[in-house]
Every structure is written in C-alpha cells, then in structure tokens.
Design a protein. Structure first.
Length: 520
C-alpha cells in the first residue's frame, strides 16, 4: 500500500505546482523588476545598474543559457566619467587683440569624455560639413591643410545621402575621427547645441574619440568668428541649405581653449548568455542578440517632482523580450544551428559604449560574429499588426526577417519615418560600423501604433513618464517575442552567413587582390 500512497502524494504535489508563466506574464514580470523605482533608472556605472544586471544574469540562467563572457556572465566595460571643475574658456586672438567669446552667449561646451582636462591653441580652418565618404569620393578636407589646426565644422546633416547614411557620416564622433585623420587638433561645431559644461560625460579610455569637440558656436559666436574674414557666413549657410558646394578655407587668428575637469573611473558590465549551436560546423558562427539594459538614472526635475527615469519602454521592454526569446529558443529541439549570444548592454545612453566595447573585444573571435539583431524600444503601445526591420534593406538579414515574420502572419513594412535615421541611433550601429550585418526590430505603424509612437516621442521619451504608470500594450508582448525568436532562429539556421548588399555603404571594402606579390 506504500507505493500507491507515494504516487498519490506525488500526483497531488504536481497538481498543486503553479503552471509556468505565460509569455506575456514572464515579460511583464521582468519589466516590472527592471523599471521599478528601486532600480533608480539603471544608469551605467551605478549599483542600481549592477542590481539590474544581476537580475538579467539570473533570468538568463533560468532560461537555460550558459555564461557567455569568458566563463562568466559579465563582460566588464571600464568607463571614465569627466566633470568640469570650472567654466571652460574659449578666446579668439586676432589682429593683435582678443575677441571676447562668452560662454552661453557665443558658445556652449561640455566636459570631454574620458579627459581630465584640456588646454590647447590652434589656427582656424573652416572645413565645411567635415564629411569624408570614400564610397562617393567626397572629402571636405580636400585642398585644406588642417594639421595642428582647430577645425570649424558646419553641424548640418549632409545633403545628397539617404537618412541613415547621412546620420552615419554626420555623427559627431565620425566627424571627429575624420578631423583627427587629417591632423586636426580639435573641432568646433557651428550651429547645433551641446550639453551644458557642468554635465558629466562618460567615455572609454580605450576608445578613439577622434579630435576633441570642444565647443559649439551659437549664431552670435559664429558671426563674431567670421566677421571681417574672406569667408561669408551667409554664403556658407545659403550653400548648405541649397545643397551646393560650401566655401571653405582658413580664417585669420588663433583659437585658445581651456577646460579643467575631474576624471574618475567606474566599471559597468554587459551581461552575456550563450546558446550553443547544434551544427558541428555552423556552431563556430555566432549570431548576437542585443538589448541595452541601461537608462538615464536620475534626471533634473523641479523640487518634489519625480526624478527617476525608469525606462520602461526604453529599454526594460526590449530586455524582457530578449529574455523571453532566449527561453523559447533554448526549449526548441534541435537547438538552432549557429550559436547565439544574448547580450544585455551597458552604456547605450552614454554613446553606445557597451556595444562598442563588445565589438572591440568580443568573448569569441571577432570574425565569428555574423550578425546583430537589436531590440531597443520595441514600443509596445498598440496591438501588434506589423513590424519594421531597421537596416533590413541593407543586407540579406532583411529577407530572412521578412520570411520569418510572415510565417507567423506578421508583415514587415517599410520604415514609416525614414527621416529619423534610426539605424544609426542604437547599438546595431556599433556592429554595422565594424562591418557586421545588423538589424533592429520595432513595432510598425499599424493598429494605431504610429500616432502613439509619435506621442511617446513628444511626451515621455527620456523622461520620468516612461514608467509603469503609463500605458504599455501588453497584448503585443508575446507576439513580439515570438517573431523576434523566429527571426533569430532563421538567421541562426540559414545555410549562408548574412552579407551586406553589394555597394552598401556599411559593407567592408573588398580585400585587395594579391598578384605577383603586390596588392592591387
């Protein structure tokens, strides 16, 4: 009689065990943890971020992933934080005198990422928009000698390029790298703004930021700098608006800049989980799935107002969907053919620092990284009717994603706001810059999503209002996780590695042919 009794007890225990959470419930639970006030906005380099990272590591373990960062869950990313200790000073020496330039009136400036301070002087060269594009042969530095100079750059979006390419070429870091490659000492921007000089700036000591961008001139400051010179500021602005060639050249005088700053070091971490591929040959390839875990932390607010930028949509939802997609893929038999790295990234809000560090020093051979699929602000604001695959038209990842989504009855639609240039505004950009095909998944405009996305951008994006008290369309969570998992699986199972389309601006230049011992 003992055996039947034990079997009865076991049956009762099994019957009493709670069922596993549904996809929606699991996603909601992760978002509730990550966007809770206790996480203090998950700013990179803080203990609150570390608590969020520990939660993600535990969830990766529960999903069946293995540690993917050199035997552990965490890939450490050393960060530097610079804070100005006194107002910066920018002066113009011309014709034996000093032209006063006033902080706030003539220019704005910021503490420089990764620097303890800066003091420099240089002659002044205006280099138009500062664009260098080998694909089209454009080089705004052609004919200019900017060695040891301070370069002035018109900070407008370059005309004649697709929005994503214009965003890439006009990215401040890209312009700074181009200036440095031509020997410039520093960069001053014309038009545009920059954070107040008091704002702490994050960087990585091991990352090449190019020539330091020391200031952005206001219209008043630009007029002072160009007054009495051979270059007409009105003609420059008019040419830029018309898409015509912009006059360039040397301006008389010397610019001097001084900034005193305090620098300290902090550490943050990418959280990396691994699903080993099932194919003996293809398992040596790695598909990377990313979602940034960090947000803004505490932000300025009126006395008594909410200061916590919880980042529910941006990007607790993206991380939660990545975790659910990982759970689904680990449960599948057989596993995907290629290996998959799931990475919760730090430092996206500080300038894509975590993804840039991951690409620079991946835990597997860099040449084994075949694709990135990024989940940043999927924006669950309406019932899911369609999705947008940013970057899809640039590589074979686009057709793979479209077929996978169609198998679940979900159409992939074109980017309905291409002017936003979103492909170069999140972590997939770090992979694309390194020549690795990349896409980002976001809810499409259907089901009323378009207007709600616009409203979110106007009223809640990067504010404390992106929290759990504001609407999240939870019915879209499970379908989005399923389509993300299907797209990841399609890329991991494809017989060929993803590749850029011929002639795409992000495609690496072909290696030179070696003939007779010489490259050609």
């Amino acid at each position: 009689m003992r055996a039947p009794f034990l079997l009865a007890c076991l049956a009762a225990t099994v019957a009493a065990a709670p069922p596993p959470p549904t996809e929606e419930a699991a996603i909601r639970a992760d978002v509730a943890v990550l966007a809770d006030d206790a996480m203090q906005g998950r700013e990179a380099g803080t203990k609150a971020y570390d608590r969020a990272a520990a939660h993600v590591a535990a969830r990766m373990r529960a999903a069946g992933l293995s540690p993917g960062a050199d035997g552990g869950w965490y890939q450490r990313v050393p960060l530097t934080v610079s804070r100005a200790t006194a107002p910066p000073a920018l002066t113009l020496d011309r014709d034996g005198g000093v032209v006063p330039l006033t902080l706030g009136e003539d220019y704005v400036a910021a503490a420089l990422p990764g620097r303890a301070g800066l003091s420099l002087a240089g002659r002044i060269v205006f280099a138009g928009e500062g664009i260098v594009d080998p694909a089209t042969g454009r080089d705004d530095y052609r004919g200019l000698d900017v060695r040891d100079a301070i370069v002035l750059i018109l900070a407008t979006r370059p005309a004649g390029f697709a929005p994503d390419v214009a965003g890439h070429l006009g990215n401040p870091r890209q312009r700074a790298l181009a200036a440095a490659a031509h020997g410039a000492r520093a960069v001053v921007l014309l038009a545009g703004g920059d954070p107040a000089w008091q704002t702490p700036r994050f960087g990585r000591a091991d990352r090449d930021e190019g020539a330091p961008i020391i200031a952005a001139l206001t219209a008043t400051g630009a007029a002072r700098l160009f007054a009495g010179t051979p270059l007409s500021l009105a003609a420059i602005v008019g040419a830029a608006k018309a898409g015509a060639p912009i006059p360039t050249g040397t301006l008389p005088g010397t610019l001097r800049y001084t900034l005193a700053a305090h620098r300290h070091h902090v550490s943050s971490a990418n959280v990396v989980g691994l699903l080993r591929g099932s194919d003996p040959a293809l398992a040596r390839d790695y598909v990377v799935v990313t979602a940034h875990l960090d947000h803004l932390g505490l932000v300025d607010a009126p006395a008594g107002a909410d200061q916590i930028a919880n980042g529910a949509q941006d990007n607790a939802v993206g991380v939660a969907i990545m975790l659910e997609a990982a759970r689904q893929l680990t449960a599948q038999t057989p596993p995907p053919r290629r290996s998959i790295l799931f990475v919760a990234l730090t430092g996206e809000e500080k300038g894509l620092l975590g993804s840039d560090a991951f690409v620079a020093r991946p835990p597997v051979p860099r040449e084994a990284l075949v694709a990135d699929i990024n989940l940043d602000m999927p924006l669950l604001l309406a019932p899911l009717r369609d999705i947008v695959v940013h970057g899809g038209p640039r590589s074979t990842l686009g057709p793979l994603a479209a077929r996978a989504a169609a198998s679940l009855g979900l159409p992939v639609v074109p980017d309905w706001e291409p002017e936003q240039g979103r492909f170069v505004r999140s972590d997939q950009y770090s992979f694309a810059r390194a020549g690795i095909p990349a896409i980002a998944l976001k809810a499409g405009p259907g089901g009323g999503s378009a207007e709600r996305q616009r409203d979110f951008a106007r009223t809640r994006y990067h504010t404390p209002a992106d929290d759990l008290a504001h609407p999240i369309e939870w019915t879209a969570a499970a379908p989005f996780a399923r389509v993300a998992a299907a797209i990841i699986r399609a890329v991991a199972d494809a017989p060929d590695r993803p590749r850029w389309n011929a002639g795409d601006p992000f495609a690496p230049a072909p290696a030179p042919e070696i003939t007779g011992g010489a490259a050609r």
